[in-house]
Design a protein around this ligand. Structure first.
Ligand code: UD1
Length: 347
């Protein structure tokens, strides 16, 4: 399922084989794909996750197959004792645990702040004390805010317009400060709208591709907030996984650098909607429009120059290929005639 070209596996294997890593949020959508990749590369993995926005199902399957190489700590990144166990012996820490979603942060800003900022600080402390060599932090393109200039370059002044964006940006600064104060090697990957198989589709805070796919496969009209002219640099999850693997193993002395991770192309929501509707076999369904969401950014597109230069990143899966893969996965889960797990659960 994870579309990483074989040549990448060959290049990355020597850097990860036999190494212990820690993944916070490893039961989640992106974290779970990173676990898959690191297992294939021969690493031993400790996951810490509180399962607040995920389930242990995927991880449990991996633990059944590889009990020696996958360890799961059911705990929060706010819990120092759980963190100590999680980072023990880990050379690299991939920090993906967070309370995601712009609208969720508007409904409950304190929870986003506590987990995303205080949780990141506690994780940085635990990693430093345990002697970890590097933290790779999953940051967010929401940090850029509404600035008109495209593509977004890391030297642009950040201007967060939601509590979520503010919290993700604050945690970038923790990465920078812990590198400067304690010499801990850190790097922040600013993701641009990651999507792919296993992204949750069942919450009011789910990401747009997951929500559109689910609604359309149920034969219902999805909602577009605003006129649908907003654009995003939707990025298939394999690209984010590759970026983590490259950032985690780079020989450069990374010290809090911020790096955009996107696909380097943008699409407006109406065009995206039509693509998904067609792939779901319901090209006749029209979206329903509602007013724009508070905290919504109008346009987003990554400049990838720094990612190329600093960690050798290049997107490996383009939007259309990733969409096809993703819709095929949701079909298997949700289409009633397919008899997938989701369909069975709803019967
Ligand atoms: C933002 C960040 C992204 C981050 C994510 C975490 C930006 C540019 N991106 O994503 O990096 O990972 O938060 O949650 O800030 N929409 C609809 N109908 C729906 C759902 C969403 O029209 O049913 C619209 C939204 O209003 C938005 C777009 O689709 O304009 C994308 O929304 P979503 O998938 O929630 O992600 P962002 O908020 O863009």
């Amino acid at each position: 399922m994870l579309r990483l070209p074989q040549e990448w596996f060959a290049r990355l294997r020597p850097r990860y084989e036999g190494k212990r890593v820690c993944i916070t949020g490893g039961a989640g959508f992106i974290g779970g794909h990173l676990v898959d990749a690191l297992l294939s590369l021969g690493s031993s993995i400790t996951v810490i996750d509180d399962l607040s926005n995920s389930t242990a199902a995927h991880l449990a399957g991996l633990i059944d197959i590889e009990p020696e190489r996958v360890r799961f700590i059911h705990g929060s990144i706010l819990d120092d004792a759980a963190l100590v166990q999680a980072v023990e012996g880990a050379e690299r820490v991939f920090h993906l645990a967070a309370v995601s979603s712009v609208p969720r942060s508007i409904a409950d800003p304190e929870r986003s702040y506590t987990v995303n900022v205080t949780g990141t600080m506690r994780l940085a402390e635990a990693a430093r004390r345990a002697g970890a060599r590097r933290i790779v932090y999953s940051a967010s393109s929401s940090a850029y805010g509404q600035g008109e200039r495209l593509p977004k370059v890391e030297t642009d002044t950040p201007a967060p317009v939601s509590p979520y964006a503010a919290s993700k940006l604050a945690a970038e600064h923790i990465m920078l400060a812990w590198a400067a104060s304690y010499g801990l090697s850190t790097v922040s990957l600013r993701y641009f709208n990651i999507f792919g198989p296993r992204q949750p589709a069942d919450s009011p805070y789910s990401a747009v591709i997951a929500v559109f796919a689910r609604k359309l496969l149920e034969g219902k009209a999805p909602i577009i907030f605003g006129d649908g002219g907003q654009t995003r640099d939707f990025t298939y999850v394999s690209n984010a996984v590759l970026a983590n693997l490259l950032a985690g193993s780079s020989e450069r002395a990374l010290a809090g650098e911020v790096v955009n991770i996107g696909a380097g192309a943008r699409i407006d929501l109406l065009t995206l909607f039509r693509k998904i509707a067609e792939q779901c076999g319901v090209g006749h369904i029209q979206p329903e429009h509602q007013p724009s969401r508070a905290g919504d950014v109008r346009h987003s597109l990554a400049d990838l120059s720094r990612a190329r230069e600093l960690i050798g990143y290049e997107p490996v899966v383009a939007l259309d290929v990733g969409l096809a893969e993703t819709i095929a996965w949701y079909k298997e889960q949700w289409a009633p005639e397919a008899g997938g797990a989701g369909a069975r659960a709803r019967r």
